[in-house]
Each structure stands twice: as C-alpha cells, then as structure tokens.
Design a protein around this ligand. Structure first.
Ligand code: BGC
Length: 747
C-alpha cells in the first residue's frame, strides 16, 4: 500500500516537472498578465498581505480569517500549523474568492521541521554544502506535508560578532563559505522543480547587513561603506538569487540611516536592477511599521508608502498596506503600475510552485516525518558539524571505560534542538545520556547543574562522586536554546551559571575531563580550558545529537567540523574576524606589549605599540577554519603553476597532504589569497576555495586548486567590480592562521 502511494507521488511529481523550463516561464508570464487584468484593486492588495496566526491557536478557525480569504484580502499565511485549517483556508481561497487565487502557507523551517538538524552555524561548520543541502531537502519534504510551501530560510547574514544571538542562525563570518552554503540551501529547499509538491520556496534573509548590528545587539544599526556592504554582506544573497531563490526578506535594521524595509537603494537598485531578482520581497515581522520607531516614517501610512515604493511586495503582520494603500493610490503617492508590478511578482511565484493547479497537499504525501533516513542524515550532519578544539590524547574514548556523564546539557531533549526549532518534538530527541545508555556504556550519571544558567552548587557533590567512581568525565555544558537566536544577544559569552565552577571542582578529582559544548555561538573558555583534556564544540546538534556524540567520542566517527566563525578569548575582543584589514600598525609577536610588562609610572607613549589589546593580545582563541580530527596532517610541497597571471588565465596551486597520524581522517584544505596593494585596502586574507579529502593512515594526496581572475575581483570605491594588477599572496593550510605560502603577480 505504502509503495503504491509512493509511486503515485513520484508519477505526480514527474508529470509536474516535464514541461520544458523556458516554455513554462513564458506561459507563467502570460498567465500572470491575464490574471492581473481580471483582478480588482482590493484583490490585488490582498495578495500583498501576509497574515500571521499563532501556531498555538486551537479550536475553530476564526470566521474573520475565513471571510477575509473569501473576499481575496489575504494572499499568504504564516504559522498555520493545523493541517485542517490549511486545507479549509485553501479551499475557500480556490473555490470562493473572486479569482480563486491560491494562498501560500509559510513557516520558519530553519534547520529542520520535525527532524531537527544542527543549528545553521553548526551546518556552516561542516564546510560541506551537501550536508546543508540535505538538511534543507529533508526540511522541505517534511514541512510540505503540512502545506508549507514557503520557508523563511536560509538566513544569510554574515556575522562577525558572537554576542549577536542570531549567530546561531548565521552561515558564519565568511562571504565565500556563506555563498557556497547559500547555493546548497536554495537547491535543497526548492528541489529540482518548484512545482514538485515537496519543494518549498526559499527566502534569502535578512536583506541586508542585519549581522552588522552594532555591538551584536539585535536589531541595531548597520553603518558601513558601500564597498564593505558589497564585498562582505551582499555576496551570499547574490549566490542565493543566482541559484533561483524565489523570495527575499528585508531586515529589521537600518543601513546608513535608511531602514531596510523602506530602502530603495538596496531593494530597487541592488536587488531588482543589479541582481535581476524577479521573485518577491517580504518584510520581516512588523518591520514596515517599525520604520516609525526608527524615526524614518511619520506614521503607519507613511511607512506603507515608503515600503511599497521601495518595491517591498508583501507585508508581514503589520497592516499598513491593508489599511492605507487604497488612499495612497487615490492621493497619487503610489502608482497602480507599482501595485501591478508587485502583485505580478507574487503571482509568478505561486504559479511556479504549481499552486494554481495543485493547491492542496497530495493525499499520499505524509512527509516521512522522522524517517530513519532523515534521522540518519541528521546524525551525520551533527558529526560533520562538530568541531574538535582541543584533544590532549584523550579522545577517542575507550568503550570499556566507565564514564561519568555530567553537566546541564547531558540530558536536555529540548535544549539540544537549539533556536528556531518550533516543530521539532523533543520526544524524538536522543540525548547523549540516552545514546550512551543505548550503546551499553558503563555510566555514572550526575547532572551537577539542572540547566545551563543554574547557579546552585547543590549538585556538585554527586557530580564529584560520579567522577571519582569513573575513569573519565564527559561534561556536557553550554547554553540552553533560549540563550541564542533572535533578540537573545549576550554581552559576555562564557558558560553561564555555575558551569565554570563545576568544571574547576571536577578537575580537582584528577580525572580526565572531556568538555562537550552545546551552544548557539562560540563560548569563551579561556578560564577553564586548562582544566580539561579535550573540548568538542557540538553547537546545538538537533534531534540526533546524542548518537552523533556517542560515535565521535568513542571513535566510531571523527568530528568533521571547522570553525565558520572566529572564536574569541573574551567577548571584549568582538567583533573579531579573520578577513580584517592590516592597518598601518599591524600587530605582531615581536611588537606585542603585554600589560604587566609596562613599568609603573611609565611615560605616556604610543610608540612601538601596535593594533592590539594590552591584556589579551591580538589573536583569537581559535582562528576561523580551525578544527582538529583524530589524526594529524602535514602540508608540504606547495607549487604554483605560474608566477604571473594574465587576463582570462588560471593559476594552478597544488600541495601534498600527508596523514601523519595513527588512523584515517579528513583533511579540510583551505585556500586563501591576499591582494597585497589595492586602490582600497584589502583584507589580510580571503577564503577562495576549500576541499575535503579522506586520507588513510600514512597516505599522501596531492590537492590542487585553480585561481582565476574572478577570484581576484572586489568592489572599489566607485562601486565597480575590478581586478587590479599587482602581487597576490596565496596561503594553503588547515585554517586561516596556518599554512604554506606562495605568491603570483596579476598583470
Ligand atoms: C524574524 C524572521 C522570521 C520572522 C517570522 C522575525 O522575527 O526576524 O527571521 O522569519 O520573524 O517568524
């Protein structure tokens, strides 16, 4: 029975996707035009309206909503998570509304729907687009079975400050890595063909520079040069749009004085004119209305006017369009042509999704929620995402050892799912404690602390007892899910509560300690790193975090992650990122002045000092790209094919990687370049390529990369994309701070 249903679905999918692409695009455009010509103004305005409902609403579907749909006053919904509601609202729209235009249902499906994958910063740590793609594909398969055909993901905001709570949702600090992930996410969500009922439209968010919030305080101001905006913050969005992202969400912040939701420059000039985006733009939650609080709009009507003229197609939750657009048109402040343009953008996406022909979830589409294959991929994603930061020959552990399982994150089914995991059911979560028990590991369990912010030392006694009775302590520490994510910025990003104290007390037992961190951001561990023998960063690893951690800790798998974001020693160093500028006084080991070395009563002088902190220096705790495995690698024999690169040519760079350790392992080889002199100063390093290889013990492999002139491009102060002649340094290594170096000249 199940097999034949599956076959029906496959046949249905096939019949949806067999129309050749170009002819279907033409047909869609004709259909959009024809439909627009039949629609009343009210109905057009309805298409611009995204109505929110609470996913927790129970009982009868409110009559007010049904009536609004019947009258064509709503074009889309978010958060309707009751399948019957979805069906009924869609039925009303497609049978009773004036032109029977289908609704589109949306949801924040961010790192999984039911099967929860690691949080996005974790997926970014995999440096593996395929892992990201699979997470998005499975999210789409599962969520589309609830009628969701549009997700508010991926978030592509470059994040250089880990105090910002939304670091958890970000692709990290690097535009190249983020762009590679962007492509993968779009392909995963949208599938091979948008009109497949398991495809959901993606939403590249938040446009633009949301991650540049001052001090990491959410919603805060982004002030930056246009070249910085274009060189660092824009590329992942460009990659997403080139990969076919159907929608874009505006950000909450202002950019150089103009809130994103009313920003003609970013929405009209950059997005539509330069990037040729022809999907639709949605505001963020109330972000149109919030232009009043920004001090940019006088009132809600003015806010609507600013947004609509910036070509913001669909308004999420606030109601400026619904209440005032008609008046604005009558007053000549908004043109009908503009309305038609925006409505067309929305209808186009609805046609592409096949909603006009198949508005309902196919009967046989159950989403395979929590299918074994989904869980297996979620487990692999957690393995690929985990970053081993320290290992003093303790990992992998011996399965015959007795393990003290301690810590507030050791058995927290909800917390390990992380932020934005609304639909994941914690009953399906496998915690580390459960996974260790299932695997038959000998365990002494004592939480030590009840939750990550717990300040009570009451549980310490039992924790120490458990440690003393065991061979090794595995301590699961970190942050609860609610301590990162939207509006959850922190000024200090250490282990909250009494976790540091717990670690210190446990270290007095003399037992080896493996610290596993589950958190939504890098956590400063300077105070306790010397007390532990190993540190494994698992981020919030999702539903299958436990089995993944079991396999990594006991050596059935190797942690595969590398840092997608620089890890600071203390939060006072933030913002901190590897691709910074060199400055006129670059810091160095030789010139570093440590605070305690300054004489008492010293004469005030800046001479000799460089761009560094007197107390913590100038280096991070762990650099971007860093991560250990269970073996070691040696890089040698760096070769460059030519030392001069001319237009439209390539430079080939190759290197030998030898596995010098005791077991097979994965090397993630990273290539960076530095444009030594530019018409505007250039970063000290920029990631341009990476490759992952698996090497057996003792094996050597040669890896090669090609650098093309495309890789040398940047946007100058005239906003032109240029390649400037001159010297380029090339670095190939295991992270952004180590590696071999060569150079070439571009003529
Ligand atoms: C967030 C968006 C999200 C939206 C809808 C907002 O608060 O900033 O990222 O998609 O809510 O839930």
């Amino acid at each position: 029975m199940r097999i034949s249903l599956f076959l029906c679905l496959v046949l249905f999918v096939f019949s949806c996707s067999k129309t050749p692409k170009s002819s279907s695009i033409v047909k869609n455009e004709e259909k959009v035009k024809a439909l627009i010509s039949k629609m009343s103004l009210e109905e057009k305005l309805g298409q611009l309206n995204l109505r929110g409902t609470s996913s927790r609403v129970k009982g009868e579907l409110p009559e007010e909503l049904k009536q609004a749909v019947r009258e064509g006053k709503i074009g889309a919904f978010l958060n309707v998570m009751n399948k019957d509601y979805v069906k009924e609202l869609q039925r009303i729209a497609t049978e009773e509304s004036p032109n029977k235009i289908p609704l589109i249902f949306s949801r924040d499906v961010i790192h999984g729907f039911k099967t929860i994958f690691p949080i996005p910063i974790g997926l970014a740590a995999s440096w593996d687009p395929e892992t990201a793609r699979q997470s998005a594909r499975i999210s789409a398969i599962e969520s589309s079975s609830y009628g969701v055909r549009w997700t508010f993901a991926p978030m592509l905001d470059i994040a250089r400050d880990s105090r910002w709570g939304r670091v958890a949702e970000s692709p990290g600090e690097d535009p190249y890595l983020a762009s590679e992930l962007a492509k993968a996410y779009i392909t995963g969500y949208q599938g091979d063909s948008l009109n497949n009922p398991t495809s959901i439209a993606a939403c590249a968010k938040h446009f633009l520079a949301y991650g540049a919030a001052i001090g990491g305080r959410d919603y805060n101001t982004a002030n930056m040069s246009e070249s910085l905006l274009r060189n660092i913050y824009l590329p992942p969005f460009e990659a997403a749009i080139n990969s076919g992202a159907q929608t874009v969400m505006t950000s909450f912040n202002e950019i150089n004085g103009v809130p994103a939701s009313g920003n003609k420059f970013i929405l009209n000039t950059i997005l539509r004119d330069e990037l040729n985006f022809n999907g639709f733009v949605v505001s963020d939650w109330d972000s149109i209305k919030e232009m009043i609080f920004h001090g940019y709009a006088q009132d809600l009507k003015h806010a609507g006017e600013l947004a609509i003229n910036a070509s913001l197609d669909m308004e999420m939750t606030s109601r400026s369009y619904e209440l005032y657009l008609k008046d604005l048109i009558e007053e000549g402040r908004v043109s009908l042509d503009q309305i038609n343009f925006l409505v067309s953008n929305i209808l186009r996406v609805k046609y592409k999704l096949g909603l006009f022909d198949n508005p309902f979830v196919p009967e046989n589409h159950d989403g395979n929620l929590y299918a074994k294959s989904h869980l297996e991929k979620a487990k692999n994603a957690a393995i690929n995402s985990s970053v081993l930061l320290k290992n003093e020959k303790i990992l992998p552990l011996n399965k015959s050892n007795t393990i003290a399982v301690i810590g507030p994150m050791s058995n927290q089914p909800h917390e390990q799912l992380g932020t934005w995991a609304f639909d994941g059911d914690k009953a399906h979560t496998v915690t580390p404690l459960k996974a260790f028990e299932d695997a038959g590991i000998k365990i002494n369990f004592a939480k030590g602390l009840d939750y990550s912010r717990d300040k009570s030392s009451q549980g310490f006694y039992n924790a120490v007892k458990a440690a003393n009775a065991s061979d090794v302590v595995v301590l699961f520490a970190g942050e609860e899910a609610i301590l990162s994510g939207e509006a959850h910025s922190r000024a200090t990003i250490n282990l909250p509560g009494a976790q540091e104290e717990l670690i210190k007390i446990l270290s007095e037992t003399g037992k080896p300690i493996v610290l596993v961190i589950m958190a939504g951001r890098p956590i400063t561990i300077t105070n306790i790193i010397d007390e532990v023998d190993a540190v494994l960063m698992a981020w919030h690893p999702g539903t299958m975090g436990g089995p993944a951690l079991h396999d990594m800790l006991f050596g059935d798998a190797e942690p595969g992650g590398r840092l997608p974001i620089t890890w600071p020693k203390i939060s006072g160093q933030l913002p901190l990122y590897y691709n910074h500028k060199t400055t006129g006084r670059p810091p160095s080991k030789e010139k570093y002045v440590q605070m305690d070395s300054i004489k008492i009563g010293a004469w005030q002088s800046s001479l000799g000092n460089q761009s560094h902190y007197l107390d913590v220096g100038y280096t991070p705790h762990f650099p971007f790209g860093y991560g250990l495995g269970y073996t070691t690698f040696e890089y040698s024999n760096l070769k460059i094919s030519n030392t001069v690169l001319e237009s439209n040519q390539l430079v080939k760079v190759s290197v030998d990687i030898e596995n010098t350790g005791e077991r097979k392992g994965k090397a993630l080889v990273q290539l960076y370049i530095q444009d030594v002199v530019g018409s505007i100063t250039r970063p000290v390093k920029e990631l341009k390529a990476f490759k992952s290889l698996s090497l057996k013990k003792g094996e050597t492999q040669n890896v090669s990369f090609e650098i093309s002139t495309e890789d040398l491009k940047f946007v100058n102060n005239d906003m032109k994309s240029v390649i400037e002649p001159g010297e380029f340094n090339v670095f190939v290594g295991p992270n952004s701070a180590e590696g071999l170096e060569t150079s070439f000249e571009y003529k």
